[in-house]
Write a new protein. Sequence first.
Length: 410
Amino acid sequence: MDGMVVTMILTPAPDGPLEGIRVIDLTTRLGAYTGRLLSDLGAEVIRVEPREGAPERNNAPRMEDGISFSFAFTEAGKQSLIADSSDADYAVQLEHLLDTAQMLLTSEGPALLRARDLHPEDVTDRHPGLVHVSISPFGLTGQYADRPASDLTLLAAGGLLGLAGDPDREPLRAWGNQTSVIAGVHAAAAALIALLSLESTGRGQFVDLSVQEAVAHSLENAVQYLDLEGVVRKRVGAGPAEAGTGLFQCADGWVYLVGGLGGRPLAWESIIEWLTAQGVNEARTLDADKWQERTWRRSLEGSTAFRQIFEKFARTRTKQELYESGQGRGISIAPVAMPEDLINDPQLVARDFFRTIDVGGNPLRFPGPPYRFANAYVGPRSGPPALGSATESLADVDAAADLGYERTPA
């Protein structure tokens, strides 16, 4: 029939744990990170885009040549296939493509998926050997299933927004669409479990992931506060209202010190001995009984008094000096790393954590995965795909089946 020819131009790459797995990525920005994580593990991830390209290609900030940094990050290692939903042949084309794959990724609510004939129940019925990972704002069921959502509203619905910002001001949204990152990690983990089931049973299934629920699993220690202290944790700005705990300025930046938690002193005697040994005479005042009292430690006066004493000491020392000296005494203190600190961190360098990838002819450093596999490469294999990098032409959709892309066992 008249339609399109689909020719896959594959990028040679070292084998990974998911070598031989093909993933069709129909997601928006909400689910794009899932495909990136699967690609890092060696799967062949094909991002399907309209003729003008995915809207995420234009997200700011962008490199000098116009490439979006965030798009480069979420799409690294993928292929790009142009297939426009306005084409009469689109549905047939997509079915052919799904016949060659082990997994489909989508990121819309149930009504939109039904309208596109892509609801997981329908897809897995037509393709019983396919895993369909559905990432949606509120999941595929319930009264909120088809509500529109943004990164801001999902942070709020999941509870994380209530923990960010100054206590006397409105909450703050963290930069970088954190809900898509949180959802991506959870969805990738679920996808791997579904692939194991596919491998052992030969049957596909659908995974219904709610971004709201994924965010609710990422509330730091808010649940522990409620469980152990009966306290609903609130926003605390740059740090908790606790003497000895928070960000403190030093000679070349900032350090984070944990000298108290839950109104109780931690390594308090070690901190006093440390400061006293370094000639900070005022440190002896920290030995007064009131510093053991929960109310005083959590008062503005108490935290301000400690800050004045500690920063007098810290401002003459670098964050690395403070880190090594404090840690050597069993004190929980850490430097606040800037980007250049991370890139040059000796531990991360030794682990080859940052990978240099060609992005539009420019070398760009990407953070790699936190895991390693024996005898297998994991991590980004290439930069983001050029639009249509996997598409030769759209002349005959039936030709896709003639190119030898039948589904292979998982």
